[in-house]
Structures are given as C-alpha cells and as structure tokens.
Design a protein around this ligand. Structure first.
Ligand code: ZN
Ligand code: ZN
Length: 284
C-alpha cells in the first residue's frame, strides 16, 4: 500500500513563514495547536494515556516537526490513532505521506475531498488575480495537483461522528473546498474551523508574517464557491463556539470570537468576498 502513495508532480517546499512558526500552545487541556510556517495543525488527546488524533498535516517538508511535537506532548514513540483532514489543500496535507509511512495510521476526510487525495482531480488553479496582496500573487506557485494516499484514506462516517474522537462531530463546511469540514465539541463548544474562516487576513503578506489577528473569511485565492462559504460561516456562527482554532492565525475565544463571527456573517460580502477575481466574476 505504501508504494501507492505519491504527492503531486508540483509538490514543493514553499518559502513562507510567520512570527508564530514553530510555536505550540495548549489551547485547552488536551488540545494543542502547533504552527508550521503559516499553517496550524492540532493534536487532540490525553497526555496521560498518550492517545491522540492529529488534525491536518502541515506544509510540505514538515513531517519531522510534526512527529517531534507529537512526541513532546504524548511521549516518545507515540503515534496518533488517526489523521483527520479538514480539507486537502497543499498546506494541510504537506507531510501526510511521510506521516502515514512513519505511523501506519489511517487518514479520514470528507467524501467530496477524496478525488483530491487519491490522485484523481487537481484543485482549481489558485486565483492570482483576486483582490489582495502578495500571498495571492504567490499562489500560482502553490501545489494543486492531487496527492495520492491510495487505500490509506477513508471517507468520514456519514453521521457526523469522528473516528477516535467520540466527543466531537464533523460538520460539512464547503466553499473554500468542496469537502471542507470543521470539527465541533459540544461540551465546551470548541471549534476547529480549518479554513472555513481564519483569524489572519491572508491577502496581506504583512499580516501573514506578523499573524496580526483579524477574523476573516476563507483564504481568497483558493476559495471557489463564495455562496457556500458564506453559508458555512453562518452555520458555524450558529453553534456559538466558545473557543476556535483555525487553519491560519491564532486561536481566539470569548467576545472577540463571538463578535467577530457575528460581523463576518452579517457583512460577509464586504469583509470576506473579494471585490474582483475569477471565482467572484464567474458567479455573478
Ligand atoms: Zn485551504
Ligand atoms: Zn490553509
């Protein structure tokens, strides 16, 4: 099975970084958010038993970093029960093949994301013309060819249950990608939002570098369906999350989160949707 796994032919290290790169924070007990260059991964588990699940798989070339942060929190030689992907963009699957080979664990993703994870379908071209800054202009460099996890990736169970995380449910939050999911834990209203919305304005390279906090819609240059993206943010806002970890930017909580989400929903067109760009113009 291992031999079947390949990255796309355009897979490569992307030279991008932020001030938070390499930092880990235990956001609530048992939930670790670790920043790799400009993207976050989450470890969800119990340091006492060493059982954990990894959510997302970082940037290209980050496998050693992910293994070492896993061992730091869950013990030497520890390995997760599974890897759950919020979606299959290059910055969320960058180390997944090395990790599957190292840990021999299954990967789960939404059914609609599987064509991008089994070598069948590339993602649409990033929109370098979208209103925005340096990151959008860099986006043609981003890998978009599908990776192929072969038989190592499975679709998430249809009922919303999350393998090995009985307290969580997954919620389909498309728009940024067709099979994008978020993870929610009802007991403390913890939300892992992936790229459904982010807490840094990605269009400005400056803000990615400094990770200045700002509740924003999904990263613009890769988002293809703005209507679905808006509905997804509205659905997440209805959950009234108390703490949120997003794919990019810092974890946020409390009124900063509730107020920011309310504004994002009410003024989605102004705040999140770019004024111009091919995925905007195509839909109008
Ligand atoms: Zn993404
Ligand atoms: Zn992302």
């Amino acid at each position: 099975m291992e031999q079947q796994m390949t990255y796309g032919s355009d897979y490569k290290f992307i030279p991008a970084t932020s001030v938070k790169s390499g930092e880990s924070v235990e956001v609530v007990p048992g939930i670790v958010c670790h920043t790799i260059q400009i993207v976050n991964i989450c470890l969800i588990g119990d340091p006492n038993t060493g059982d954990f699940v990894l959510v997302d798989a970082g940037m290209p070339g980050s496998a050693e970093d992910i293994i070492s942060v896993s061992e730091k929190y869950f013990g030497a030689g520890s390995r997760p029960k599974a890897i759950i992907l919020t979606h299959g963009h290059f910055d969320h699957v960058g180390a997944v093949i090395e990790l599957v080979k190292h840990w021999l664990v299954p990967v789960y993703a939404h059914e609609l994301e599987l064509p991008h994870l089994t070598g069948q379908e590339p993602y649409p071209k990033p929109d370098a013309t979208v209103e925005g800054g340096m990151v959008a202009k860099m986006s043609p460099l981003f890998p978009r060819e599908p990776i192929n996890l072969g038989g190592n990736v499975e679709k998430l169970p249809p009922g919303g249950e999350v393998p090995h995380l009985p307290d969580f449910r997954w919620i389909h939050t498309p728009g940024h990608s067709p099979g994008h999911i978020s993870l929610f834990r009802d007991k403390d209203r913890l939300l892992l939002a992936g790229d459904a919305f982010v807490t840094v304005k990605q269009d400005s390279f400056y803000k990615v570098v400094t990770q200045k906090e700002e509740l924003n819609g999904p990263p613009r240059y890769l988002t293809t369906d703005w209507e679905a993206a808006k509905n997804s943010v509205a659905a997440l806002e209805k959950l009234k999350p108390a703490v949120t970890i997003t794919g990019h930017g810092r974890p946020i909580s409390g009124t900063e989160l509730s107020g920011g989400l309310a504004v994002l929903v009410q003024e989605f067109e102004r705040v999140a949707v770019p004024d111009y760009g091919k995925y905007v113009d195509e839909e109008k």
